[in-house]
Design a protein around this ligand. Structure first.
Ligand SMILES: NC(=O)c1ccc[n+]([C@@H]2O[C@H](COP(=O)([O-])OP(=O)(O)OC[C@H]3O[C@@H](n4cnc5c(N)ncnc54)[C@H](OP(=O)(O)O)[C@@H]3O)[C@@H](O)[C@H]2O)c1
Length: 324
């Protein structure tokens, strides 16, 4: 089968090649999937660079999620069957066939496109898991950084369903803006994160902050929390060092929590997983624009696809699709 392979960690454009490799076989508790669509995510670049929590085993087929049709099931698989359309998360997705453990395979309801389904196993489940961790009552105030990211847009939609008040923090030109999560209207501008939050009139008022950026701006986020608030770090768009006095956290009685989707999925209850799938598929079927697609490329055009991902100037994902 054709696959996008890398033999060493590095910059994606430099280290990936397309070549023929043996098709994988499903082990116990796994299914074999004929893959039709795979998004290119920030996590894929971290994985290829050797900077992700899942480490490559060389030669490694790239890609961490996708959608397709089950071709065969390994022993012990009872609730999935050949021919079923599924979304999945498992290393090796950027290939014609991939295996995935049943715990990371999600049946796709009719009416959901392959393109949307291919993005289900990471960003939508992450947004749902993040709000589950916050466990906030209606009318609580949340702040979401990298506010134009796909996860942020999913979070804002789920938060709206839960009656939460959402503020989105975005980079704008040389500075930052705070947006009202209900309508995207600008509430405040500033040259830096601290100043923007100060100008928003909401500084010190947030019950939870969901941050995918990190870096030194984390200090301004801590200050933006209400006492006893919760800061969840779930991304490393800026992974620079932070210098922090313990008093900054201590005097707030706050919680600073890390979130990784695999750790969350491994510890989620069956009820949570069922609720997450039901609610997310419903939201995605009534609002497919939550998972926009910028462009599509065949696996053989991986280098063009990587370039298109880097050059993207609007929210959305570049897909590696089997039927261009
Ligand atoms: N922990 C987990 O399990 C988990 C799961 C899913 C996603 N994530 C993480 O969540 C983040 C968002 O993912 P996504 O797929 O939604 O991203 P995305 O759609 O590709 O969007 C990335 C956004 O991040 C913004 N950004 C990049 N660098 C930034 C910086 N230094 N400061 C402020 N904003 C910055 C970009 O803003 P501009 O438009 O200004 O460039 C863009 O809007 C990623 O870091 C991803 O790795 C984590």
């Amino acid at each position: 089968m054709r696959a996008v392979v890398f033999e060493q960690p590095g910059r994606p454009h430099d280290v990936v090649t397309v070549r023929d490799v043996p098709s994988p076989a499903p082990d116990q508790g796994q299914v074999l999937i004929r893959v039709v669509a795979r998004p290119i995510q920030p996590a894929d670049f971290l994985f290829i660079g050797g900077r992700y929590r899942i480490k490559p085993a060389f030669p490694q087929v790239a890609g961490l999620e996708g959608a397709g049709t089950i071709v065969s099931c390994g022993s012990g698989v009872t609730h999935l069957k050949s021919g079923e359309r599924v979304a999945f998360r498992s290393p090796g997705a950027w290939a014609e066939f991939a295996v995935a453990p049943v715990s990371r395979v999600y049946p796709v309801p009719p009416g959901i496109s392959d393109e949307a389904a291919s993005q289900f196993a990471l960003n939508p489940l992450t947004a749902w898991g993040l709000l589950a961790e916050c466990n906030l009552p209606t009318s609580s105030r949340i702040l979401i950084t990298a506010g134009r990211s796909i996860v942020a847009c999913l979070l804002a939609e789920l938060a709206r369903h839960r009656g939460l008040e959402t503020t989105l923090l975005v980079r704008d030109g040389a500075g930052y803006s705070a947006l009202d999560g209900r309508n995207g209207q600008v509430i405040a501008n500033g040259t830096n994160v601290a100043g923007t939050l100060q100008n928003s009139g909401r500084n010190g008022c947030f019950h939870a902050i969901l941050d995918s950026v990190g870096g030194t701006n984390s200090l301004a986020l801590i200050d933006a929390l209400e006492p006893r608030g919760r800061l969840i770090s779930y991304g490393i768009l800026d992974d620079s060092d932070i210098v922090l006095k313990a008093s900054r956290i201590l005097y707030k009685n706050m919680i600073w929590q890390g979130f990784g989707i695999d750790g969350w999925l491994d510890n989620a209850t069956q009820k949570q997983l069922e609720m997450a799938q039901r609610e997310l598929w419903e939201i995605l079927s009534s609002n497919p624009n939550l998972l926009p697609v910028i462009d599509r490329f065949d696996l053989s055009r991986i280098h063009e696809a990587i370039r298109a991902t880097h050059d993207a100037r609007k929210p959305g994902k570049v897909l590696l699709a089997s039927n261009e």
